[in-house]
Structure formats: structure tokens, C-alpha cells
Design a protein around this ligand. Structure first.
Ligand code: NDP
Length: 528
């Protein structure tokens, strides 16, 4: 057994009672206890991170990239141990821990390490009006970025969210979910073991109040979690006027159009619905299938879901399995409520007759509901568990209308003839969409992912996400060759105002904008 990760002894920590008990979702047993460092722990960590900021921010980018690569290498060397910790606290299959979470961290460091150069590169803007000037845009880090993570992806939506802010020159304090804090602690230990400054990347364990305190103290916030908490975080960040990126819930539609490869669609639907037992914000939450191909698609989907191999709940999750436990016990009630509501309104359980299981741990049979309609809660509210409803639609237009009939808009999948499916995807109200595939768009770290509607603000991934962790300063300077003209214009614009110059401006304004001379004069080097 891999030893449980150590946490740093700290007088503030030991003074706080009521430790957090991390329970195994697969066995119900105690995995470890970690301290609730509370508001005081957050304050201490932010102070330390602020102290480390000037040195980290002043390092050349190459130095920061090297630090992240050293960390990545140690994570890879310790991949078995990291994955074991992750499996024990989250209940997900080892395959998902290694193939998705650890791989994702490595890929993100590769991409962001290169894109950081572009994100931080100084740019020059040439003003049209003030030809004697040019503006240099510089980007500088915010300071201490607070990352608040959820329980479903202990690497992907926790430590990995520190990568962008760190590369941009910020220091980071991470508050993982109290449900799954151990992987973050282990990764933080590896950061230090890699020879990196401990206060540049700190992990604080605590409950919701610790998260709230981080919002009070940090200079920018990356939050992943529920819509309800995300609203509170964004509201407070708004009051404090600090940048805040939120990735919240999803109700991602999966659409099967006539002409789709139904075998592939069923395979992708099963995977994207039940990956990590459905506890994924971008997972398939509802399926729409065109009436003409529904019989065949539903049969294929049912067949695939019946074949899923459940986790052997021995606590170590050593055996091969497709489906893990439900990490957060509260989700089991949501699943039962949504099934009862749907069957009460006419849906049929095609797979998953036993639902909640009586063995120890949070196990729930993967469940497929057929005959769903849009008045059912399962089609409208986030499920976040191993349950997926299938609704038949008359045609693509109905599928589109219903897909967009949601207060959320994070991700989507469309299966069908390529051009038709792509045209469909362009009309979706969604931050991302995959054509003839599912979920892969998340791993395209080059492309920004940001939720529409109540699914969030700002983006993760892409060069755009990196720039969110910087402030821009525009420094306007004169062109030495045009210094005499610059002095003349400056004198004319300043006190005492000259009525003759105002008359020139009036005439010039009409000529440039009313008569369109400005459009004709726009030099090729101009960048608006
Ligand atoms: P929460 O929003 O409750 O928690 C997310 C994080 O915020 C946790 O670290 C939590 O700490 C912390 N937190 C709680 N209260 C506050 C507060 N007032 N201020 C600041 N931080 C706070 O989400 P859940 O953990 O309950 O996750 C459930 C839901 O989150 C899912 O149903 C899904 O909608 C959404 N989700 C979305 C994800 C995405 O990637 N978009 C990923 C995971 C979840 P603690 O856990 O210690 O209370």
C-alpha cells in the first residue's frame, strides 16, 4: 500500500480541531485525516505566497517553465503512487486516474510552457490618430492566484489549474475539495521535492470557509464547482474587483442524427455518459436521437452499458474496471430522485434496474432511461452521476431546439454526416462541441473552453486562458524621428486652448470620419 501523503506540520494547523476525514468511496472506510486549516491557514498561505511572489515573477519565463517540467517529471516518476492516492480518495478506476488526469497534467505543462511565450510577448500597437506615438503592451502577473477545486478531478481541476497562473509569474494557493484533498497534498510535496520554492505553490486543506477566505485574500480566483457556489465566489470577486474565472455545471447534450455511424455513436455515448461514474462537468447528460435511427441506437447503447465492468471494491482498485464508485455520497440521492421523477412521468429503465447497491461504498448501477421527455428533471437539471436519459426527436431541428433549451452550456457532441453535424454544432449554445466524437475537445488544450450561460465565466485552455492571469499595461512612447511634430501637436492640444486649432480639428474630423478618409488612409501596419 502506498503511504498516505504527509501534510506539513504547522502551529496554526495543529491548533485547529475537527480534522477532515477522507473516506474511501469504494469501501466507506477511512483513508486519512487532514487538518482543517480554516481561514487562518489560508491567511498564512496567502501571506507566504505573497512573500514568494517578487522572486518568482522576476524569474525569466524559461526558469519557470523548467520548474514546472521538473515537477512534471517527478509526478511521472511517482505516477503509480499519485494514481493510487487519487483512486483511493475518489473511487475512480486507475485507468482514468493515469490515462486522463496524469496525462492531462503533462500535456497541459507542454502546451502552456510553449504558449506562455506568446501570452507574455510584448506587442506594439500603432495609433492611427497619434502617428508620432506607438504603444507597447506588456503583461504582468496579478500576484497570488487562488485555485478552488472540486472533488471529481483531484488533478485536472485542482493542481493542473495552477499551471497557467504559475507560468504567467503568479504564485498559487490551492484549496482542494475537502472530499478529495490527498492528491493535491501529494502533488504539492512533489513540487517541493522537485527543488521548487515551497511558497510559490501552496495547498491549504479546509472546508468551504477556507475557500471563501481565499476569495477574500487572493488577487485572482480560478474556481471549479457548482453553479450555486460559483455565483457566490464571482459576486465576492466582483465586489473586490479581482479577476475570477469560473467553470461550473453542465447539461451537455449528445445528439444522434440520421446517417450517423450508430456503432461509434453508441460507443461514445456510453463512454461519455459513464466516465468517472458520470461525475464530470462536460459529460453527456442527455441524449437526443432522431426517431428514424432510435431503435438501433438505443439497442447498441444498452448493450454497451450492460457490458461495463464495475470496480472491485477492495479499496486498492487494482483490478481492471470501467466504472468506479460515486465519490460524493450526496449524489446518490439526486440519482434516485431523478429516476423516480422520470419513471413517474413515463420513462423506462433499460439498464440499471438495481440502482443503489447495498454493498459498502457508494455504488450505483449505471442506468439508462429510455422514453425521456423534456418535462423530466433528468433532462433539465444536472445529474452528475451514472445515469443518462435518451429522448427521441422528430428531426434535427427539434434536437437543436431542445439542446439549447437549458440554463447551462458547457459542452456538446453531435453524431451524423460530417458536414451536417458540423453545421448543427455551429448553432449550439455551448462553449465546446465535438463532431462524431465526445469529450475529446477537453483534451485539446490549445482551444479555450468556457461555459455559456450559467456554466461559467472566462476560459481554461488556450493562450486566452493564460492571459487571464495577467494585467496589461500599455506604455505609449514617442517616435524619436517624429519628435518635432510630436512637440507641435502636444503644444496645440494643451493649455491654453487655441480656437483656431479646434477649427482644424472640426474640419479634420468631418474629412476623416464623415467623408471616410480615415478608412482610405489606414496603413497596413495598423492593428485595431
Ligand atoms: P462546490 O461548489 O460546493 O465546491 C467546489 C469547491 O468550492 C470546493 O473546494 C468547496 O470546498 C469550495 N467551497 C464551498 N463553499 C465555498 C465558498 N462559500 N466560497 C469558496 N469556496 C467554497 O461543489 P461540489 O464540491 O459540491 O461539487 C458539486 C457540483 O459542482 C456538481 O454537481 C457540479 O455541478 C459542479 N462541478 C463542476 C465541475 C466542473 O468542472 N465544471 C467539476 C466538479 C463539480 P469543500 O468541498 O471543502 O466544501
Amino acid at each position: 500500500m502506498t503511504p498516505t501523503p504527509k501534510f506539513r506540520p504547522d502551529p496554526i494547523i495543529t491548533a485547529v480541531p475537527a480534522p477532515i476525514r477522507v473516506l474511501s468511496p469504494a469501501t466507506g472506510g477511512l483513508v486519512a485525516e487532514v487538518p482543517d486549516e480554516g481561514a487562518a491557514g489560508v491567511a498564512a498561505a496567502v501571506d507566504a505566497a505573497r512573500g514568494a511572489f517578487p522572486e518568482w515573477a522576476s524569474r525569466p519565463l524559461a526558469g519557470r517553465v523548467e520548474a514546472l517540467k521538473r515537477w512534471r517529471d517527478l509526478v511521472l516518476d511517482d505516477a503509480h503512487g499519485v494514481a493510487s492516492t487519487l483512486v483511493r480518495e475518489s473511487g475512480k478506476p486507475r485507468h482514468e486516474a493515469e490515462a486522463f488526469e496524469i496525462l492531462y497534467l503533462c500535456e497541459l505543462i507542454r502546451f502552456a510552457g510553449r504558449a506562455a511565450r506568446r501570452a507574455l510577448a510584448e506587442e506594439t500597437r500603432n495609433p492611427f490618430l497619434f502617428v508620432t506615438k506607438k504603444t507597447r503592451l506588456t503583461r504582468r502577473p496579478l500576484g497570488v492566484v487562488g485555485v478552488i477545486g472540486p472533488w471529481n478531478f483531484p488533478i485536472l481541476n485542482n493542481a493542473a489549474d495552477a499551471v497557467g497562473p504559475l507560468l504567467m509569474g503568479n504564485t498559487v494557493v490551492l484549496k482542494p475539495s475537502e472530499v478529495t484533498p490527498l492528491t493535491s497534498l501529494r502533488l504539492c510535496d512533489l513540487w517541493v521535492k522537485a527543488g521548487n520554492p515551497p511558497d510559490v505553490f501552496r495547498v491549504v486543506t479546509g472546508r468551504g470557509e477556507a475557500g471563501a477566505e481565499l476569495v477574500e485574500r487572493a488577487d485572482g480566483i480560478m474556481f471549479t464547482g457548482s453553479v450555486a457556489t460559483g455565483r457566490k465566489v464571482a459576486a465576492r470577486a466582483g465586489e473586490r474587483l479581482i479577476p475570477c474565472v469560473t467553470e461550473l455545471g453542465g447539461k451537455s447534450p449528445f445528439v444522434v442524427l440520421a446517417g450517423a455511424d450508430l456503432e461509434r455513436a453508441a460507443e461514445a455515448a456510453a463512454w461519455s455518459s459513464f466516465i468517472h461514474s458520470g461525475q464530470v462537468c462536460i459529460r453527456t447528460e442527455r441524449i437526443y436521437v432522431e426517431e428514424r435511427v432510435a431503435d438501433r441506437f438505443e439497442a447498441l447503447l444498452v448493450e454497451r452499458v450492460r457490458a461495463l465492468r464495475p470496480l472491485v471494491p477492495n479499496g486498492s482498485a487494482a483490478g481492471i474496471s470501467d466504472l468506479g464508485a460515486v465519490t460524493f455520497a450526496r449524489q446518490l440521492d439526486t440519482l434516485e430522485r431523478q429516476i423516480a421523477d422520470a419513471t413517474g412521468k413515463g420513462a423506462r429503465v433499460a439498464v440499471g434496474e438495481t440502482h443503489r447497491q447495498t454493498r459498502p461504498g457508494n455504488f450505483f448501477s449505471p442506468t439508462v432511461l429510455l422514453g425521456a421527455t423534456h418535462d423530466m428533471e433528468v433532462m433539465r437539471e444536472e445529474t452528475f452521476g451514472p445515469l443518462v436519459p435518451v429522448m427521441r426527436v422528430k428531426d434535427a431541428e427539434e434536437a437543436l431546439r431542445l439542446s439549447n433549451d437549458s440554463h447551462l452550456g458547457l459542452n456538446a457532441s453531435v453524431f451524423g454526416p460530417r458536414e451536417k453535424a458540423e453545421a448543427f454544432a455551429r448553432r449550439l449554445q455551448s462553449g465546446q462541441a465535438s463532431v462524431n466524437d465526445a469529450l475529446v475537445s477537453y483534451f485539446v488544450v490549445e482551444a479555450p473552453l468556457g461555459g455559456w450561460k450559467a456554466s461559467g465565466l472566462g476560459v481554461r485552455h488556450g493562450v486566452e486562458s493564460l492571459r487571464q492571469w495577467t494585467r496589461t499595461e500599455g506604455i505609449t512612447v514617442g517616435r524619436p524621428m517624429l519628435a518635432p511634430l510630436e512637440r507641435f501637436v502636444a503644444r496645440k492640444l494643451a493649455f491654453p486652448y487655441d480656437p483656431r486649432f479646434l477649427a482644424v480639428i472640426r474640419r479634420a474630423s468631418r474629412l476623416l470620419y464623415r467623408r471616410g478618409l480615415a478608412e482610405k488612409l489606414r496603413a497596413p501596419r495598423d492593428r485595431d
